[in-house]
Each structure stands twice: as C-alpha cells, then as structure tokens.
Design a binder for this molecule. Sequence first.
Ligand code: IPD
Length: 262
Amino acid sequence: MAGSANLNVMMKTARKAGRGLLKDFGEVENLQVSAKGPGDFVSRADKAAEALIKEELMHARPTYGFLGEEGSEIEGDDPTRRWIVDPLDGTTNFLHGLPHWAVSIALEHKGQIVAGVIYDPVKDEMFYAEKGSGAWMNESRMRVSGRHRMIESIFATGIPFGGRADLPASLQDHARLLPSCAGVRRYGAAALDLAYVAAGRYDGFWERGLHAWDIAAGIVIVREAGGILEPLHPDGDILADGHLICANEPIFETFAKIIRQT
Ligand code: IPD
C-alpha cells in the first residue's frame, strides 16, 4: 500500500530501530539491565532504540510532540500532533531471549490516533494502518477473524505482574472466560497482541493497566482491520487508563459481557 509521508517516516524509523534491536538481541547477555520494579525491566537496548526513534521522528517532523516509554517527553510547537512510541514492547521477552517483541510507533492528532506501525524484526512483519485506509501486514491487507463462535475463539491478554493492583480482576476474568472459549494466550507484548487481533490470528484481546505507548499504534490498526476496540469500562479513556477490550464484530458483545463483569 502506498502510505502517506508520515506513515513512510514511521515505517522507515521502525525498521531502522528494529535492525538495531535485532543486533542487541543476539548479544542479550551483554546488555546492562535495571529493574523499574518487580518484573519490569529496562535495558540499554530500550534506551538506544528510543533515542534513535526520537532523533529520526523529530528530524522529519520538528514541530510534533513526542512521548516515549523510556522517559522522553517533548511538547512540540504544534500542540495537536504527537508521536507515541514504545521502542521495545515485550522487554521481558527480549531479555529472556524469547523472540516475541516489537517496535511500536503511533501518531496522535487532536487526541485521536491517526496512524500506527508495529514492527516485529524477528519475523520481519510490519503491521500498519492509517485512519480511513485499511490495515496492512507487509504487502497484504489485514482483516480481523470471521470466527463467530466463542467456543472456537482464542483470546490474548496480559496478566498483571509484580504485585499490580489489577491482578485479582484479571484472574476473575480468566475464571469466567476459559470455560466458554478455545483458549487464552499470554505472550508478553501487548502491541503484538493487538497486531495479531488485526491479522485474525487472535479473535480478541483485553488487558487492564497498560500504558499509552503499549497500545496507541494497535488502536488504529485493529479498528482499520474491522475490529471493535473499546475502553474496558464503557466510560473509560483508553489512552489515559490503559484498560481496553477488542474483538471481531460477531463475538465482541458476548466477550465484552463476560469481561465487563469485574
Ligand atoms: C509490557 C507488555 C506486556 C504487558 C505489560 C507491558 P513493555 O510492555 O506489553 O504484554 O502485559 O503490561 O508493560 O514493558 O515490555 O514495553
């Protein structure tokens, strides 16, 4: 798909950062690691990737703002546009040598996510979408799955770690959902969870307490692939509270009814 100039900048940047991360992934034992909290790590690789992404994006669009997981926040001269970046979603997987992590870059305009790119360098899969132009993976158009029976559907989630307050709610979700579906997966990278819903690999996803950078790009990608994506609590604000739920249209209501009981 021929994307806009912004989308091209985002994809080029994600690819460049992904190549650097892939090199680090091969030497992961040499990365200095510090813990932000239990189970929540940051490595030299995260920081280097964020610095590279910030430089590329700010060079291409000097007036836009920037928000990155590793602490970079810039208020741009254009207050209506902002990049939201997770340089390495799935840091814990990365540090354990698990090949499931990604670079996530979103563009927000007037509070709406208008473009998103999620790049998995290990599989060389580039998931991307722009509002109104559909969702794509590499050269192929993506659609959410067409599954309409809960019992045949697979859902992804993240289980809150390190003593996070949302753990009891998540465990109750599992207890209610598991008897009526084909399985729940926890692969450890929320951006890829959303990309996989868009690609029809998962039928739905929900999680509580994510950060804006984990999910911003995935929001537009899932919606452009035809999925329904809503705040987990109907009056919530996804980017602010990080609680969200999404699925293909035929199962969304049933799935949401089960999850929204907590
Ligand atoms: C994490 C992953 C994980 C989710 C965590 C996130 P990070 O992001 O997306 O799947 O369950 O809540 O913090 O820290 O690897 O960028």
